[in-house]
Ligand binder design. Structure first.
Ligand SMILES: *Cc1c(COP(=O)(O)O)cnc(C)c1O
Length: 448
């Protein structure tokens, strides 16, 4: 992949991180922006591309976050820039529900082609991941005539009222924001590292618990849909054991329940295939996408079986900005890049470079309890006592802080705040990956 011209693919530390200009701007931020909107690393970015973020103090940081799995094709990816610039000059908005345009249709066609399954599909476009999840629930309820939605422990589906209800974690997402939407039910997640009787029993026991709880507490005939992230994101990059998703999918089909795969974080090449469901041949009825879809512009989608998507009455889905032409142009540029540069393969190459280093680290630092993930969606879970697996959020924060100070952007995650997650843009060169891993190792050495 060729990074955009002008940004040298090199880490540069000119000042302390954050530098004085960032600190000054951050004071203005605190005076102007609601404190409810926090920043993980207050360096103010001026330019970005490849695997580098350039801040207003002239520092160049290595990006292991991609703005939370969004800039999969890289920031300002050339094909995205080209299409967006042309589209902005042509027209910026008409509202697809009033006078439509080709770009929306082309994105829908691409989604129908690329998402799992070769059945007839339809798509609808929205602005954010949460909005896509809300609409998937609306579609599932409308098409089944049922109301209950089953979600999992550690799930994250967004911050709107309905998606807060689907999200598992209280702080910071739900605290004091209730009451939440009704007819949402939660079941245990197949979480191998923390499965009480050991990872070997996880697939069977988690599936049996899921079936028993839906049967006893919800009722199959009341259940419109089961929504699951095929690899959980904010919850801590929890990868269910092989075969688990397929069994859930089969059981849903047998009971007339729709399976919604929330691939907002896992989708679009992130895990080493187009979608995380592809690794196991799982075909969901509905799939939600956003984040990586449009190279950083806000766009989201629901794609699903034609008969399910078309069950909704005409005019029942939409929104003023949904499928904005500039965001659609960006998506077409991003998808073109993913195909031309074979980004699923690039994510697998990143996994091959990254995982052995993480395993070496885990051998050296026993407080790394688990190494997991797929493709360029990788994580380590940190514990204070490897035997008891006691979550260690303080160590996680300390390592993350040390990485930030050294010019490496890392993110944390996990219900217990004890997961360091790595989501590099797929446009990052290998030497920056290696340098970032060296920084991570030094951060562990200093923190433990
Ligand atoms: C980020 C995310 C969402 C919410 O997307 P927004 O664009 O922030 O509303 C929903 N589901 C998953 C799995 C996500 O990672």
């Amino acid at each position: 992949m060729t990074p955009p011209p002008g940004i040298e693919q090199r880490r540069v530390l000119n000042t302390a991180i954050p530098g004085p200009r960032s600190a000054e701007l951050h004071a203005r931020k605190n005076a102007a922006v609601s404190s409810g909107v926090s920043t993980g690393l207050p360096v103010y970015v001026e330019r970005a591309g490849g695997g580098i973020l350039v801040d207003i103090d002239g520092n160049q940081l290595i990006d292991f976050g991609s703005g939370i799995a969004v800039t999969t094709v890289g920031n300002s990816a050339p094909r995205v820039v080209e299409r967006v610039q042309a589209q902005v000059a042509d027209f910026t908005h008409t509202c697809f529900m009033i006078t439509p345009y080709a770009e929306y249709v082309e994105v829908a066609e691409a989604l129908n082609e690329l998402t799992p399954g070769d059945h007839q599909k339809r798509s609808a476009l929205f602005n954010s991941g949460a909005e896509a999840v809300e609409n998937a629930v609306k579609i599932a309820r409308s098409s089944t005539g049922r109301q209950a939605i089953v979600a999992f422990d550690h799930a994250y589906h967004g911050r709107t009222n309905l998606t807060m209800a689907l999200t598992a974690k209280n702080m910071p997402y739900k605290h004091r924001f209730g009451p939440f939407a009704t007819e949402i039910y939660r079941v245990p997640m197949a979480y191998p590292y923390r499965w009480p009787t050991g990872p070997g029993n996880c697939a069977d026991e988690a599936f049996e618990l899921f079936v028993a709880q839906v049967h006893a507490q919800v009722g199959e005939e009341n259940t419109a849909a089961v929504i699951i992230e095929p690899i959980q994101g904010e919850g801590g990059f929890i990868v269910p054991p092989a075969g688990y998703l397929e069994r859930v999918a089969d059981w849903c089909r047998d009971n007339g329940i729709l399976l919604i795969a929330d691939e907002i974080q896992t989708g679009f090449c992130r895990t080493g295939d187009w979608f995380a469901c592809d690794h196991e041949g799982v075909v969901p009825d509905l799939i939600t996408t956003a984040k990586g879809i449009a190279g950083g512009l806000p766009l989201a989608a629901v794609t699903g079986r034609a008969e399910v998507m078309d069950a909704v009455h005409s005019g029942g889905l939409g929104g003023t900005y949904g499928g904005n032409p500039v965001a659609c142009a960006a998506a077409l540029g991003a998808i073109e890049t993913m195909k031309a540069d074979d980004l699923p393969q690039r994510a697998r190459d990143i996994e091959a470079l990254f995982v052995p280093r993480l395993r070496e680290l885990a051998a050296k630092f026993p407080r790394i309890g688990d190494v997991r993930g797929r493709g360029a969606m990788l994580a380590v879970e940190l514990v204070s006592d490897p035997g008891a697996k006691t979550p260690d959020a303080a160590l996680t924060a300390a390592v993350s802080k040390a990485c930030h100070a050294a010019g490496l952007v890392t993110l944390t995650a996990g219900t217990y705040g004890n997961v360091l997650r790595f989501l590099p843009p797929l446009s990052i060169p290998d030497d920056l990956l290696t340098e970032g891993l060296d920084i991570l190792e030094q951060a562990f050495a200093a923190a433990v």
